[in-house]
Design a protein around this ligand. Structure first.
Ligand SMILES: Nc1ncnc2c1ncn2[C@@H]1O[C@H](COP(=O)(O)OP(=O)(O)OP(=O)(O)O)[C@@H](O)[C@H]1O
Ligand SMILES: [Mg+2]
Length: 259
């Protein structure tokens, strides 16, 4: 299954949520950093022996292959393994590099949707009509929109869901949309408020759950701090998302649940 992650606006925690979800995902999984603004993975993640990742190996090398028509079955060659054992496809370093590979995105999207025996989670950054990675969003089984519990954040999510619903009228296929809130674990109201807002406007989006606001664990994910986080609020809350994300993908027509 192919799961895209993105934001309606701002920096609510897309990269952190996608990275932690990939690290707890059952079965084989690949994390793709496709943020058009420039990826964070090659900057923040380390190899298992704590070295730097190669920023040239990832989307850029895959796009070069795609341009030469060599991409079939070749995604694996462009992956790098990071500390903890997760396989990642590193993103671009600058938005200009993303513009440079914009014309191969339809081919890359098709390729990512077909990777065999592996689920693919893609950080797509901000979801806008002009995004070069829109072909991946459209090829995904599920788009997970990450938001914060603020009025304006809810309003922007609502507009993205409306826009996608409208696209569905003109496009053959759009992903199922799920929404995740990054909020204080004591906040028991915001999730229900968001659910109510979407239901009230009959918008086709499923509220998937809450990611705990956990600054220390987020700092560890970003490499700013070292400590075990397997039992942190962040990781425990993200683990709860596996089932609803997979269920939404299966509902959308993805063939299988993760092992
Ligand atoms: N669950 C969380 N709890 C606390 N802080 C978080 C959480 N998730 C993300 N953050 C923090 O919020 C900031 C933005 O996070 P992140 O980079 O994941 O967001 P993003 O939506 O991908 O942003 P960008 O627009 O830069 O791609 C970072 O400082 C990160 O450590
Ligand atoms: Mg990000």
């Amino acid at each position: 299954m192919l799961v895209a992650f993105g934001s309606a606006k701002g920096s609510p925690g897309v990269t952190t949520t996608a990275r932690v979800l990939a690290s707890v995902w059952p079965g084989d999984v690949v994390l793709v950093d496709a943020d058009p603004a420039g990826g964070d993975t090659s900057l923040l993640a380390r190899t298992p022996d704590r070295g730097a990742l190669d920023p040239e190996r990832g989307l850029l090398s895959l796009a070069a292959d795609a341009r030469r028509g060599l991409v079939q079955g070749g995604v694996r060659e462009h992956l790098q393994t990071i500390e903890g054992g997760l396989d990642v496809l590193c993103g671009v370093s600058t938005p200009e590099q993303m513009t440079g590979i914009a014309n191969v995105w339809p081919a890359l999207a098709a390729e990512l949707a077909q990777v065999q025996a592996t689920d693919v989670l893609v950080d797509c950054g901000r979801i806008v009509a002009s995004s070069p990675v829109l072909p991946v969003v459209m090829a995904a089984d599920v788009l997970v929109l990450v938001a914060r519990p603020r009025l304006e954040s809810f309003a922007h999510v609502r507009e993205r869901v409306r826009w996608l619903a409208h696209l569905q009228d003109t496009t053959a296929r759009v992903p199922a949309v799920g929404v995740v809130l990054v909020a204080d674990s004591r906040d028991k109201r915001s999730l229900a408020d968001l659910q109510q807002l979407l239901a009230h406007e009959r918008l086709p989006a499923t509220v998937l759950g809450q990611v705990a606001l956990d600054e220390r664990a987020a700092d560890v994910v970003a490499g700013r701090l070292e400590r075990p986080i397997a039992r942190s609020l962040l990781v425990r809350s993200v683990r709860q998302l596996v089932e609803p994300v997979a269920a939404l993908a299966v509902e959308r027509g993805a063939v299988r649940r993760p092992a």
